[in-house]
Design a protein around this ligand. Structure first.
Ligand code: MLT
Length: 271
């Protein structure tokens, strides 16, 4: 069958999302983290050819519109946007794969639209809410973004985002991640920071999850350390855990082959 790839524009409440859709088969919805866009998944979009890959830019990211003022951004709004994308593509249920903030949104999907999620892949993420200190950090970073733009945010976040091995051996990946951070629109940065600051604690949800789950961690992730992710996996009944060596917080780009293999193995077991 011929490979298909389309770039769609999907209207949602108060915004328009850019969505890359590729191939046929079981739908897999990829949710990027912050301050990234759907290019985070570019290797997996190329590799997972037995699935229908659906990779939106969230509102305020990539080629999607970035509503301003940023007060309207929330985990609930992001989750509802993604359901609008599934509706537009006539997808009743998808396997949902979220990285970091994408994982926070996946938890929100499980709270608000559980019937749309067939299985979950939680990459480089955590279930807990922000501490008071972390909330203050969100506000400071949002103020910095408004004053000095995306470059200042990239300068603050990049050192923590990648594994030591990536900085040493893969300057191309460092440049790619930095470029993604630099093209993030400021209203989307500020909106995402507010949405993350105000997100609920998803820890109580974990033991109630009854779908297949894969948890993917990087062994050198400073933002969502592997030990916490393993603990999260233990709290989800039946969850599988994959630890990816030489990966920081951006596992799908830092270790694309191993990450894609882990996802392909999980997807294969669901067929
Ligand atoms: C992300 O990658 O989405 C962020 O690191 C999440 C966060 O800052 O909590």
């Amino acid at each position: 069958m011929a490979v298909t790839a389309s770039l769609l524009r999907v209207p949602v409440d108060g915004a328009e999302l850019a969505v890359e859709v590729r191939g046929y088969g079981t739908p897999v919805l990829f949710i990027h983290g912050f301050p990234f866009d759907h290019a985070l998944w570019r290797h997996q979009l190329a590799a997972l050819t037995r699935s229908r890959r659906i990779a939106p830019d969230l509102r305020g990211a990539g080629a999607s519109s970035a509503p301003d003022p940023p007060d309207g951004y929330s985990m609930a709004r992001y989750a509802d946007d993604l359901v609008a994308v599934l509706d537009a593509l006539d997808v009743k249920q998808a396997i949902v794969c979220g990285l970091s903030m994408g994982g926070y949104i996946l938890f929100e999907l499980l709270r608000r639209h559980a019937d749309r999620v067939r299985a979950a892949i939680l990459c480089n993420t955590k279930a807990g809410a922000d501490s008071p200190e972390a909330k203050r950090g969100r506000d400071e970073l949002a103020a910095l973004a408004q004053k000095e733009g995306a470059r200042a945010v990239a300068d603050a976040l990049l050192p923590k985002a990648l594994a030591c091995a990536t900085f040493v051996a893969h300057p191309d990946v460092v440049a790619e991640v930095k470029a993604m951070m630099l093209r993030a629109p400021v209203p989307g940065i500020v909106g995402a920071l507010r949405a993350m600051r105000d997100r609920p604690d998803s820890t109580p949800l974990l033991e109630a999850i009854r779908i297949p789950v894969l948890v993917v961690a990087g062994d050198d992730d400073q933002i969502t350390p592997a030990a916490g992710m393993q603990e999260m996996a233990r709290a989800i009944p039946g969850a599988q855990f994959a630890l990816i060596a030489g990966a920081g917080h951006v596992t799908p780009l830092e270790q694309p082959i191993v990450a894609s293999e882990a996802l392909a193995a999980f997807l294969g077991r669901l067929r």
